[in-house]
Design a protein around this ligand. Structure first.
Ligand SMILES: NC(=O)c1ccc[n+]([C@@H]2O[C@H](COP(=O)([O-])OP(=O)(O)OC[C@H]3O[C@@H](n4cnc5c(N)ncnc54)[C@H](O)[C@@H]3O)[C@@H](O)[C@H]2O)c1
Length: 318
């Protein structure tokens, strides 16, 4: 059953993926309320939205502020606010508990009180942990994350499901592969470009050659996937993977960056990594099955390498 959304609230609206989602929802003439505490997000990412009459922005913190009042009249909540930094979780576990689990719980409570009918949640491929089935389908199990970040997102998924069943709120959970594209502020591409600008002769790479192999998806494909899945989901709780159909090795990414920066004979210094990954909690291989979302008509337009290439050029042109 397709339910038309008239008013959507997006958390993490000033973030990388959130700001692109806001732009697309507005293009579809949906009224959008953006919420962000601007801890990582930037108001400039919302410059298009800010001049649109159907957009309003609230600088609020999910852990401090009660959203129940502004949720009145909202048909769909897109919850993207989070601490998305997988690597930091092993150094300090508390931020992922607070910003992901607690913040999601508090938002769900407000949604319950405001009778929100649809909840869309940004989850991650890291909920799968190290898997033995690839491409990994949504019904793969048991889900045993190897990072605190992945665990925090899995806890959120469980709460979203329970709130849906207990309070009759439809929910759609998206497990993203690695998302790249304009307005990203932190990922392997930024790391490589920063290091190569400091020293164009050599590049330190976390892990052992050729590095982890993962699926990368452009933010444009990600947002079109979110819109397709959230519009067409049939069941009370639905889970969709969003990723490209292939993967790329860290070494290939390094070569793409070196190429796009027009550098030659760069020496790659591999650190050796941890348990075959780049750092503690880094999954070695990730490729998601996207057949479920593709059955609804969505297609990822770019391969992993194409997405990485385009995103690299975007960062270099900033
Ligand atoms: N980027 C990826 O590759 C990727 C992959 C898998 C899943 N995800 C998930 O997608 C979502 C968006 O990720 P992103 O890459 O755009 O991250 P981002 O950091 O750019 O965006 C998150 C936004 O949430 C805001 N925020 C954080 N805590 C908040 C709070 N307590 N109250 C209000 N606002 C708060 C930040 O200011 C930021 O603007 C996250 O939930 C992330 O876990 C991202």
């Amino acid at each position: 059953m397709t339910v038309t959304t008239k008013t959507a609230l997006v958390t993490g609206a000033a973030g990388f993926i959130g700001s692109h989602l806001v732009d697309k929802l507005l293009e579809k003439r949906i009224r959008v309320i953006g919420v962000d505490n601007l801890s990582a997000g930037k108001e400039e990412f919302l410059s298009l939205a800010m001049v649109n009459d159907r957009f309003e922005f609230h600088r609020l913190d999910l852990l401090e502020d009660d959203l129940t009042d502004i949720l009145g009249g909202v048909d769909a909540v897109y919850h993207l606010a989070a601490n998305p930094d997988v690597r930091s979780g092993s150094l300090d576990t508390r931020p992922h508990f607070d910003q992901n689990i607690l913040a999601t719980y508090m938002l769900l409570e407000s949604c319950r009180k405001a009778n929100v009918s649809k909840f869309v949640f940004a989850s991650t491929s890291t909920v799968y942990g190290e898997v033995d089935v690839m491409p990994t389908p949504e019904d793969y199990g048991p889900l045993l994350p190897i990072s605190i970040y992945g665990a925090s997102k899995l806890a959120c998924e469980a709460m979203v499901s329970a709130y849906s069943h207990q309070y009759n709120m439809r929910s759609v959970i998206f497990r993203f592969a690695n998302v790249v594209g304009p307005r990203s502020t932190h990922n392997v591409l930024h790391d490589f470009i920063r290091k190569l600008r400091e020293n164009p002769n050599q590049l330190e790479i976390l892990g052992a050659e050729p590095g982890t192999s993962k699926s990368y998806i452009h933010v444009s494909d990600t947002v079109s996937g979110i819109l397709t899945g959230s519009e067409k989901a049939e069941n009370l709780v639905e889970v969709y993977n969003i990723g490209s159909r292939d993967w790329t090795f860290v070494k290939d990414i390094a070569n793409i960056v070196v190429n796009k920066m027009s550098l030659k004979e760069v020496i790659f210094n591999w650190t050796g990594g941890v348990n075959g990954g780049g750092w503690v909690g880094d999954v070695r291989k990730m490729l998601l099955s996207t057949k479920k979302l593709e059955k609804l008509g969505w297609v990822p337009e770019l391969t992993s390498s194409e997405a990485v290439e385009l995103a690299t050029m975007d960062i270099l042109s900033e």
